[in-house]
Design a protein around this ligand. Structure first.
Ligand code: FE
Length: 196
């Protein structure tokens, strides 16, 4: 069995003008694909070849962990965005945002600050903690909140490769655009549903 590059849930140009087709050609077509290729090479002839990405995220170390987690994180990121996203959350996630953050604005501020101020490469996440409360947290490099018992609901990639072609060094502008124009609140609802 080998790991495969999951299909992008929309066309390469679907997030334009906010994230260009050129960014997705590199980010999905080269970076995401390279994590898949590297993991397949790294697990060759090893028992890990038969493990799921989630199992590798919980137990692997070094390159096996890094590549497995980056495959999972990127797939999760593509689904955290959608063309004509943004707007206000609805349904269950809207209730939790109000209960645990106070307001949608507060929740977006927390996510934005975490994403903008994260030092170096990594990810900003909206998660559910073990007690069922919403939290915003950042992880470094490939790290994933499932390792600390959290359930990921949404993520923003803050590696430079996510925004450099479109925004150069202006990570804050990329983050604000994602939250205003692309974030897919209903994906958080799907993840809440799955976690029940
Ligand atoms: Fe990335």
């Amino acid at each position: 069995m080998s790991f495969e590059l999951p299909t992008l849930p929309y066309e390469m140009n679907a997030l334009e003008p906010h994230i260009s087709a050129r960014t997705l050609e590199f980010h999905y077509g080269k970076h995401h694909r390279a994590y898949v290729d590297n993991l397949n090479k790294a697990v060759q002839g090893k028992p890990e070849a038969n493990m799921s990405l989630e199992e590798l995220i919980q137990s692997a170390k070094g390159p096996l962990f890094n590549n497995a987690a980056q495959i999972w994180n990127h797939t999760f990121y593509w689904h955290s965005l959608r063309p004509k996203g943004g707007g206000r959350p609805r349904g269950k996630i809207a209730e939790l945002v109000k209960r645990d953050c106070g307001s949608v604005e507060e929740c977006k501020n927390l996510l934005a600050t975490t994403a903008k101020t994260h030092f170096g490469s990594g990810w900003a996440w909206l998660v559910l903690d073990a007690a069922g409360k919403l939290q915003v947290l950042g992880t470094h490099d490939a790290d994933n909140p499932m390792r600390t018992g959290h359930t990921p609901l949404l993520t923003i990639d803050v590696w430079e490769h996510a925004y450099y072609l479109d925004y150069q060094n202006q990570r804050p502008r990329y983050v604000e655009t994602v939250l205003e124009k692309l974030i897919h609140w209903d994906f958080a609802n799907e993840n809440l549903e799955k976690s029940r």
